[in-house]
Design a protein around this ligand. Structure first.
Ligand SMILES: NC(=O)c1ccc[n+]([C@@H]2O[C@H](COP(=O)([O-])OP(=O)(O)OC[C@H]3O[C@@H](n4cnc5c(N)ncnc54)[C@H](O)[C@@H]3O)[C@@H](O)[C@H]2O)c1
Length: 449
């Protein structure tokens, strides 16, 4: 049941933030307008937020610094991110840095309803997100976050910026900058900048080394396998597992599927990436060929119609098809609909399509990112780095927005390196330093054979 929530006003201001190691609950003496599924799920959500926090040591250290220095004081932030326990810790960190944060979902199926409830009840953070919401509700939630007139937008897929440019130009006057979390969002934003329609500077958090090298590869790799197994209970060992797209996510997914004993087949359109996959020991072929062989197909390309009519026509009976790329356009679901005489839900997140020729094809999670639809998304220890990049990028925007061009630009290198250093420290790992003669050697050209 969907209900409009106004969090219980609490007259006492309790537990003002005192420690950075546990996310503080801070109930403000104001109602928190929100739209979440069920506020009574909050107890469970709070435990999940605290569990995730334990593995987010870099974000903890940033929170400690934010509490002390209040770099986001009086800054209003609209964040359109997957509403998960890890995102909750980012939102709390920014709130503790002085910001007024509102959260909406960046995908209709990725919200953890218990986490959303806890953010509203225990942390007074407005949330507009319900798992399984329809498209209309999804966009009404984006509108609700924008109604708070943000200074900063945080996107995962660029739906917030797109909505601002197409329907909510009224909020532009207050905005000083934004961040973008994922590859697909960065592509869309670069297209806006190219056309000259982007109205404020955006930091491409995805492009930080401490983001895509870890989150996209290890995070998507593990959690996508997790989503496939949770939804199907399928034995990967001995299966023919087709990975479409050998980018950062595809590399992670292919290596984890291989680790489970699957015969991994990669499809690509980029010759260099295809060659890399061959050298890693995978079979590489066209989707036309792979379609005849695969037991499980997973797209991670950021492109549309990667699996389409001719591929469904070639697939074997019982094939499993899913996506872990950002949007649900990678699999041509309307084509599958047209080929089918009926469909039924056989398990949560599994739809069995009966084709007119008698074969069955199973689509997972409505073609939406399966790691968030059927599992919990990336583990907190990897989101620790992505969200440390996010928090530091927001702080950077607040300090530097006046001099930044209306373009998409990378996370400054010193911030990226700081996150890597903090992560290593949190893992208790020490690394070498350049000696002075090494520094000199690397800066010179005179020494040779
Ligand atoms: N599920 C998640 O939690 C999650 C996390 C991070 C990124 N993403 C999303 O996953 C997608 C991929 O991200 P990435 O960082 O790996 O991007 P990437 O650019 O590194 O890789 C994408 C790869 O797909 C290939 N490709 C494009 N069209 C193709 C086609 N028709 N057939 C086969 N290959 C094709 C490209 O050549 C490229 O190598 C994006 O949509 C991104 O936003 C999802």
């Amino acid at each position: 049941m969907t209900i409009q929530i106004f969090a219980e006003p609490n007259k006492k201001e309790i537990m003002a933030t005192t420690t950075a190691t546990t996310p503080s609950t801070q109930r403000l003496p104001v109602a928190t307008p929100s739209d979440v599924k069920n506020i009574e799920l909050a107890d469970l959500g709070k435990k999940r937020i605290e569990w995730a926090n334990q593995s987010m040591k870099v974000l903890q250290s940033i929170r400690k610094d934010f509490i002390k220095n209040q770099p986001l004081k009086d800054i209003r932030i609209a964040a359109c991110l997957h509403v998960t326990a890890e995102t909750a810790n980012l939102a709390i960190t920014m709130r503790d840095g002085g910001a007024d944060v509102a959260l909406c979902a960046s995908n209709p199926l990725s919200t953890q309803d218990d986490v959303a409830a806890s953010l509203v009840r225990d942390y007074s953070i407005p949330v507009f997100a319900i798992k399984g919401e329809d498209n209309e509700t999804y966009y009404s939630h984006i509108m609700a976050a924008l109604d708070r007139k943000p200074h900063i937008t945080m996107d995962d897929g660029a739906d917030l910026v797109t909505t601002i440019l197409t329907k909510r130009t009224d909020v532009l006057a207050d905005i000083i900058g934004g961040t973008e979390e994922t590859t697909t969002g960065v592509i869309r934003l670069r297209a806006m900048a190219q056309e000259g329609v982007l109205k404020y500077p955006i930091i491409a958090v995805n492009d930080a080394d401490t983001k895509h090298l870890f989150d996209n590869r290890y995070g998507t790799g593990q959690s996508t396998i997790d989503g496939i197994i949770r939804s199907t209970n399928y034995l990967l060992s001995g299966s023919h597992f087709v990975v479409a797209g050998y980018g950062w996510c595809g590399r992670g997914l292919a290596s984890r599927a291989k680790g489970q004993g699957a015969d991994v087949i990669v499809t690509e359109i980029n010759p260099t990436r295809a060659l890399e996959a061959v050298m890693e020991g995978y079979r590489v072929m066209s989707m036309d060929e792979a379609a005849k062989i695969g037991d499980i197909f997973c797209t991670v390309t950021g492109n549309k119609n990667v699996i389409r009519r001719e591929h469904f026509e070639a697939m074997r009976d019982g094939a499993i098809v899913c996506n872990s790329g950002h949007f649900n356009v990678e699999i041509d679901i309307p084509a599958l609909d047209k080929l089918s005489s009926s469909k039924r839900t056989t398990r949560p997140f599994v739809e069995e399509y009966s084709l007119r020729d008698g074969r069955k094809i199973n689509l997972l999670g409505e073609g939406r990112l399966i790691n968030l639809a059927a599992a919990e998304g990336h583990p907190p220890s990897v989101m620790d780095m992505s969200f440390a990049d996010q928090a530091l990028s927001v702080e950077y925007l607040v300090k530097n927005h006046a001099t930044l061009p209306k373009e998409v630009f990378p996370v400054p290198q010193d911030l990226d390196k700081r996150v890597a250093k903090l992560k290593l420290e949190s893992m208790g790992i020490k690394i070498d330093r350049l000696t002075s003669d090494q520094e000199e050697y690397l800066a010179s050209w005179s020494e040779g054979t």
